[in-house]
Write a protein that binds this ligand. Structure first.
Ligand code: ZN
Length: 97
């Protein structure tokens, strides 16, 4: 079953945050001026979208992520797209072959 849609908004206000996700209203705000490059901006958009995905997942009670676990998981997912996560494992597997 599809979850609720995410509303992603962009703000030119300055502030401390790069992006915020509001669980209750399924809304994300991306603070454009807090980014130095376009890829940097894309990372924040993905980050906030992943927060929404985790909230929309129907998890068992035991599978619930706390805030720290969710932030770490999102960070690993983002790094994995650059091929920088688990690179050691790949190298070991290649040596065994
Ligand atoms: Zn976050």
């Amino acid at each position: 079953m599809l979850g609720k849609p995410l509303n992603m908004m962009f703000s030119l206000d300055s502030g401390e945050n790069r992006g915020l996700y509001f669980e209750d209203t399924q809304r994300a705000i991306i603070y454009v001026r807090q980014h130095e490059t376009l890829p940097d901006l894309y990372k924040t958009m993905t980050h906030e979208a992943l927060h929404h995905c985790f909230k929309e997942l129907e998890l068992d009670e035991k599978d619930t992520l706390d805030e720290d676990m969710e932030e770490r998981t999102i960070s690993w997912l983002q790094w994995s797209t650059d091929g920088l996560v688990f690179s050691d494992v790949d190298e070991e597997e290649e040596e065994d072959e």
